[in-house]
Design a protein around this ligand. Structure first.
Ligand SMILES: C[S@@+](CC[C@H](N)C(=O)[O-])C[C@H]1O[C@@H](n2cnc3c(N)ncnc32)[C@H](O)[C@@H]1O
Length: 253
């Protein structure tokens, strides 16, 4: 490196760094992360509410657990099962140490649990990329009770950066926050005629799908290329966003 370059580099980095860190769009995305983090209730409260609607013994399946202390351990169900290949938490104290694809394949072959098992709630929170979430939803629909719920985390990314495909790239205004492209799979299944759905506006968007509960009408898919800017403009309608207190009114007699 030449001496002139060596002396000018820190100045170049300072000017460029300041430009990025004070950029209004960069700051806006950070504000959005902060706002989302403060929302309540958590996914755990919502899942426990859904389980409390069931009359008999309850059965719960969680796809993607990481540290059970963050959610799984706090779920109140008579029977609980967990699936995770252990990519993010070394201990990985789950029932089925495998991917969701492997789990559903073994389940269908009657090699684990029973192929006739039905769950009250299946929480899909594994690999947050649309093709995987799409498969998880398709599989989960075969093992959910008619009056049960499929729950999806991270359906309401506050910005395009939160919705990036690559989790590993952290030099974006969203920093370590990542919702992936789960929203695209949720949106796809929201347009399925026999599925009711909505998204609770908390904890990065808690998406719900149900066969029998009238929690929200199917939507016409008017964003066939899943462009983020269209989601941004039509968020409430596309996701059927609802706050938890209003959602609970569906179940009051
Ligand atoms: C966001 S964390 C789960 C958080 C947890 N459900 C909670 O509420 O706190 C995602 C987890 O999904 C797991 N995972 C990644 N790919 C997966 C796959 N194909 N099938 C199932 N789980 C997967 C990762 O190992 C990671 O532990």
């Amino acid at each position: 490196m030449k001496i002139k370059e060596f002396l000018l580099n820190p100045v170049k980095f300072f000017i460029k760094g300041r430009k990025i860190l004070t950029d209004p769009q960069y700051l806006d995305v950070q504000k959005k992360s902060h706002k989302e983090v403060l929302k309540t209730p958590s996914r755990t409260v919502i899942i426990n509410f859904l389980l409390s609607l069931s009359k008999g013994d309850t059965s719960y399946l969680e796809i993607g657990v990481r540290n059970p202390q963050d959610n799984y351990s706090h779920i109140k169900a008579d029977k609980k099962y967990s699936v995770d290949p252990g990519l993010e938490f070394d201990e990985n104290p789950v029932d089925f140490k495998m991917t969701s694809d492997a789990f559903f394949l073994k389940l269908s072959e009657n090699k684990i649990l029973s192929k006739n098992i039905k769950f009250d709630v299946i929480f899909i929170d594994g690999l947050h990329l649309a093709p995987q979430v799409d498969r998880d939803i398709k599989n989960a629909l075969m093992y959910i009770k008619d009056d049960g719920f499929i729950v999806l985390h991270d359906c309401n990314p506050p910005s395009e950066w939160h919705s990036r495909e690559s989790y590993m790239y952290l030099h974006t205004p969203a920093k370590g926050y990542w919702n992936g492209t789960t929203w695209k799979a949720f949106l796809k299944w929201r347009s399925f005629p026999s599925i009711n759905s909505c998204c609770i506006d908390t904890d990065w968007g808690v998406g719900l799908l149900s066969k029998n509960h009238r929690i929200g009408n199917p939507n016409k898919l008017t964003n066939p290329f899943f462009e983020f800017n269209l989601l941004e403009e039509n968020r409430k309608d596309y996701l059927n966003l609802i706050d938890f207190e209003s959602f609970k009114k569906h179940f009051q007699e």
